[in-house]
Design a protein around this ligand. Structure first.
Ligand code: G6P
Length: 314
């Protein structure tokens, strides 16, 4: 096992799917091996103060970015932190919590890549970028069911926060190693979450598995649902792995086998999870169970990177 915790960053706008993805990855790695930290806990002001000051939670000035950075450094070296707690039900702060990092630490939040110091501490950086219409649907669903808001309030909040999203959240995409975008197929824009496609932008900032070995034009079985393309993202050359919502279990297993061959340690997880069929199955923040193959491949790819890092540091 590694001599220090492996840190995964998951950044994206409000209701982009950060918590759901974090939970799915923790499930694969084993919940006892993972510490999940949400940087909402580092808001500088409570809900009332934010309203009085006219500042949104998305603004860097509204968050203790310096303390996030300090805590990331402590976690990376295996040291405990005293983490504040922002209570989403009351909009106030609860007493802080003592946290000792486990083998894997997932840090999810709005502004995780906005300082250089913070960016430098993660082993793997993921950015979640669903289309804005889908994010709005997810946010309305979550905030009306779980956070006590009306639909009108959520829509108004989304509009009010748009300038901050544009200025502070979206530019962080450039710092990520992997950009994850779940999106509905064009011919079925109202498709349910279960059949969403995923586009995975793979930047050459970390060594990705050699997908070209199995995804090629000769393998029509696989390439009907899983494709690899060359593209540009924010001006930089990238590989893009596309997985359709109608991918089959066999296609996912085939990809899984490739990943398992590359990282023997991942093999243990694959066979274990395959047996229980939990890969790609997650309970979302609104309580429903999701199971989708694009989600399965996303989780596997990220897990692959975390285990590989852990292996390198052994
Ligand atoms: C957004 C973020 C939250 C953040 C919240 C604060 O909705 O997604 O995670 O903590 O803003 O606003 P609130 O609704 O709690 O006042």
């Amino acid at each position: 096992m590694p001599n220090r915790p492996i840190l995964l960053g998951i950044v994206g706008d409000s209701a982009a799917g950060k918590t759901t993805l974090s939970r799915g990855i923790a499930q694969i790695l084993g919940e006892d091996n993972v510490t999940i930290i949400c940087t909402d806990d580092y808001h500088r002001y409570d809900r009332t103060q934010r309203a009085e000051l006219g500042i949104s939670a998305l603004h860097p000035d509204c968050n203790y970015l310096d303390i996030i950075q300090q805590h990331l450094n402590l976690l990376r070296t295996g040291q405990p932190i005293l983490k504040p707690i922002y209570n989403h039900s009351t909009g106030k702060f609860d007493p802080p919590e003592y946290i000792k990092p486990r083998q894997f630490v997932i840090i999810e939040g709005l502004l995780g890549y906005s300082t250089r110091g913070a960016r430098d501490t993660y082993d793997i950086k993921v950015y979640l970028a669903p289309p804005e219409t889908l994010r709005a649907q997810w946010k309305i669903k979550r905030d009306t069911r779980k956070r006590g808001y009306t639909e009108e309030q959520v829509i108004k909040q989304l509009q009010g926060r748009e300038p901050d999203s544009e200025q502070f959240i979206r530019p962080q995409r450039q710092w990520s190693d992997i950009v994850v975008s779940f999106y509905p197929p064009q011919d079925h824009p109202e498709q349910s979450d279960l059949l969403l496609n995923v586009s995975l932008v793979l930047r050459p900032t970390i060594p990705h598995p050699d997908f070209t070995r199995i995804i090629n034009s000769e393998n029509t079985h696989l390439s009907s649902a899983i494709r690899l393309e060359l593209d540009r993202d924010m001006g930089k050359p990238v590989d893009v792995l596309e997985v359709d919502g109608h991918a089959t279990k066999e296609q996912v297993r085939e990809l899984e086998r490739l990943l398992c061959n590359e990282v023997p340690y991942l093999g243990q997880f694959c066979s274990l999870e395959a047996e229980h069929d939990v890969i790609g199955k997650v309970v979302g923040t609104t309580g429903e169970t999701l199971q989708s193959y694009p989600l399965a491949i996303t989780q596997l790819l990220i897990t692959y990177h975390m285990l590989k890092e852990a292996h390198i540091r052994q």
